[in-house]
Design a protein around this ligand. Sequence first.
Ligand code: UTP
Length: 289
Amino acid sequence: MAMKIIFPVAGVGTRFLPATKEVPKEILPVLDKPLIQYAVEEAAASGLGDFIFITAPGKEALEKYFAPNAGLDEFLARHGKERLLDDVKRFYGKKITYIRQEQALGFGHAISLAEAVVGDEPFAISLPDDLILSERPVMTQMIEVYEKYRSPLIAFMKVPREEAPRYGIAAGPMLEERVFRIEQLVEKPALADAPSNYAVIGRYIMTPDIFPLLRRGRKGAGAEIQLTDAVVELMKKRQVLGYFFEGRRFDAGTTLGYIETLVHVALRRDDTRDFTRRLLRGLVRDEKL
Ligand code: UTP
């Protein structure tokens, strides 16, 4: 099933200031590739190719990133750097629709802006901050579950309980291995109110009936229009599922999470693995001295 996929990238990125004052968070590199490219490559690996970016004023670098740069192409060709040229050209000509969110009114609001482009079909959402490394691309896994149940679906992972206040948290009965029916869902609950340690991760498959609920535009946690609130409304009308994906997620949107992301990606890549291992072992040894 080839769905459209929305990348909401219009957030202010306050947790990464001052770097994100001029450079969009999604352009920050993990080694030599910006975060957004990991997300786009992951979607492409799931067979998705119709991309919708919700961007913001001041984030033009994101739009430019996927557009041809004739000067650079010519330079690389002239210097015989064919591999690099292939790399930068990989996303030329991809179908990307850009929609402007003029004001950062929230993640839910950003999604609502895609209504006309999405039309009357189920669609995917991916947040590039959540970098996921997995053998089977996450959206491939999620589309399989969607095709079985035809219900909106949210990716989940279990987190240490004390971290629950940082996430959307859900609870409900398991329907099969990895799949549960969401019966409760709260955005960033106080620790005492968290119904479980099942945390929402930034991959979704939604159905178009979410749009009227987003349009109501109730302000939720952090005075922003939250997707979670619309999903809670949707749960009154139809079943919404949670899915514990196979793979490991890294929170590249915070400084500590970013360190972890860099190290893990470096340990998995052939050209950086040995160096990174030696570096880390050396550091551990030094620590003992
Ligand atoms: P976050 O809550 O991570 O916000 O948004 P943020 O602005 O990116 O980062 P911080 O919290 O200020 O550091 C979740 C996703 O929703 C998008 C963000 O770009 C991110 O991918 N978003 C958020 C929008 O597109 N518009 C908004 O108004 C808010």
